[in-house]
Design a protein around this ligand. Structure first.
Ligand code: NAP
Length: 528
């Protein structure tokens, strides 16, 4: 399997032409073959028209058929895991074990979402049966559920070449929800994207699905992505990346004659509070755990703990000193792209210049695209007076905030912006007394973690990967990870007074799919 550098549109490939770009090997600082061609305006139009044509068939596809399709993609990813991982290592500089593990995570995710699609419980089917004799007015029969939106555009992320890219979370959840998908390939790993995309196209063909079920479009700049978001036949957008990029797409979608939802996951500082009792009980384990969480993947995770909040004490000072020594000794590794590395160097240099901010750990770097930890500390009153210190630095950099007392620690929590996660480490006797802090943090984050670490996200039925703005664009009302992610690609529809034969199976009296439904106020799998 070798990438050819062309977009995948239906069952054909895009013609060479247009602006070109190459993948880049950040570990060796070298361009990679082949040349990737930006998709032309005509081909982009064809991809969207095909997706729009496929959308009605997709809306009627049974959950079982969607599950079969997602499982087939998963099986293909697993079968080709070695070659896919090898390509991703070349294009991202990530270690082989991480890339191989991510393929498995991606196939697991596809299977999980496929099972959810087949079970149908997530569709929130509700039935209120008619009461023709009700006085003073008869009550009509109402049946409602979630229905797919239509063509979805997915912008994959740079930091997950599989799990949040071409066949990653947004694509899998959109397929599971019954929507055709057009992926705007991320230029950080285009070859990996193309190889995965070809497997998706194979699965489309083998399942006998319409040609417009899937497309993968390359672009050397922003034009294709922006044209997709503006296109009147596109009905929703999924995005993982920077606040700047996500916000640009949200604004673009809102300015359309028909505004559409953009589910943008834009990262966050993921505050990490360490209380005195936790340090007394397990300071050494916390040094190791926090170091691992903050440096894994060269800190290039949206859940990276970027703000460490402590009350000053001798024990806390020793903890930070030990952690800083371990960070300083951490070897450098290649960042995902020269652009991400440039931003990291620029942002850490700018933070060094901030009044009242001191560098506490600085690892050594020699590689062209390498980065090592750069950590800072400041006093809570400086943090509270400087909003710039709340912004995320993507990469292995965090800010330690020293609080004089508990009141100051609560002030820091009060001032936080929206985050994907908030972590609290407390001692055994402290945890029960953290009501006020937990209430403050629950208003700021989509996932609260007690005595754990924010990285190493488990994809599950119950996980929430979301948070108030700027962590996500929809205020944390939905999640981009876990089976709840499917609902983002749907809208509600209610059928009033419909005979059984005209209803979707999920709402028919016999409940042929056995889905969990609310019937006259009671959850049941029974027939009506
Ligand atoms: P990015 O710059 O936001 O790009 C993500 C995707 O969106 C790319 O396909 C990009 O296209 C496209 N895009 C960006 N701005 C756009 C615009 N104004 N109009 C149309 N398309 C646009 O993110 P990145 O390249 O992955 O990394 C850059 C920064 O993003 C990082 O330094 C980090 O701060 C952040 N990031 C956050 C997360 C997260 O977990 N939320 C993950 C990865 C990165 P092109 O690349 O072709 O321009």
């Amino acid at each position: 399997m070798i990438p050819a550098g062309q977009s995948l549109i239906g069952f054909s490939t895009g013609a060479p032409g247009g602006a070109v770009f190459r993948a880049f090997d950040p570990a060796r600082a070298a361009d990679l073959e082949p040349v990737f061609h930006s998709v032309s305006v005509v081909e982009l139009e064809r991809a969207v028209q095909l997706a729009a044509t496929a959308a009605p068939a997709w809306a009627k596809l049974t959950g079982a058929a969607r599950n079969r399709f997602l499982r087939l993609i998963a099986d293909k990813l697993d079968r080709h895991a070695a070659v896919l991982a090898e390509k991703a290592v070349q294009e991202t500089g990530l270690p082989l074990a991480r890339c191989t593990g991510e393929v498995a995570r991606t196939s697991g995710q596809l299977r999980l979402y496929g099972e959810a699609a087949e079970r149908g419980d997530w569709l929130d089917a509700r039935i209120e049966t008619a009461q023709p004799d009700r006085k003073p007015l008869p009550k009509p029969d109402h049946r409602s559920m979630l229905r797919p939106l239509g063509p979805v555009v997915v912008f994959g992320s740079s930091n997950f070449p599989f799990a949040y890219s071409v066949a990653g979370g947004d694509t899998a959840s959109a397929f599971a929800a019954g929507c055709p998908v057009i992926v705007k390939a991320h230029p950080a790993h285009p070859g990996t994207g193309e190889l995965v995309g070809r497997l998706v196209v194979e699965a489309v063909k083998e399942c006998g699905l319409p040609e417009g079920s899937f497309a993968l479009l390359f672009d050397a700049g922003f034009e294709v992505g922006q044209a997709l978001v503006r296109h009147p036949l596109v009905k929703a957008v999924g995005f993982t990346g920077s606040l700047k990029g996500g916000r640009a797409l949200v604004d673009l979608a809102a300015a359309r004659p028909e505004p559409i939802p953009v589910y943008a996951e834009m990262g966050s500082i993921n505050p990490f509070f360490i209380l005195p009792g936790a340090l007394a009980e397990r300071a050494a384990a916390l040094v190791d755990g926090l170091h691992a969480s903050a440096t894994v993947g060269v800190g290039q995770f949206c859940t990276n703990p970027g703000l460490i909040v402590l009350q000053r004490s001798a024990a806390a000072e020793k903890f930070v000193k030990d952690l800083a020594a371990k960070l300083t000794a951490t070897p450098e590794a290649a960042m995902l792209t020269p652009g991400i590395r440039k931003a990291f160097v620029g942002n850490t240099a700018a933070r060094t210049q901030q009044p009242g901010v001191t560098v506490i750990a600085q690892g050594k770097t020699a590689m062209a695209c390498g980065a090592a930890p750069v950590w800072f500390e400041t006093e809570a009153r400086t943090f509270l007076g400087n909003p710039g210190l709340s912004s995320e630095i993507f990469g292995p950099s965090s800010l330690v905030v020293w609080c004089r007392d508990r009141a100051e620690l609560l002030d820091v929590a009060r001032q936080l912006e929206g985050s994907l996660t908030a972590t609290l480490h407390a001692g055994a006797s402290e945890a029960a007394e953290q009501g006020e802090l937990i209430d403050l943090l629950s208003a700021k984050a989509g996932r609260l973690i007690l005595n754990g670490y924010p990285t190493g996200l488990e994809v599950s039925q119950a996980i929430v990967h979301a948070g108030p703005y700027p962590a996500t664009s929809d205020g944390g009302r939905s999640t981009s990870v876990g089976t709840r992610a499917l609902v983002r690609w749907t809208r509600l529809i209610c059928y009033q007074g419909f005979p059984d034969a005209l209803l979707p199976p999920e709402l028919q009296n016999a409940n042929p799919l056995g889905a969990l439904r609310m019937v006259n106020g009671q959850f049941t799998r029974a027939a009506v």
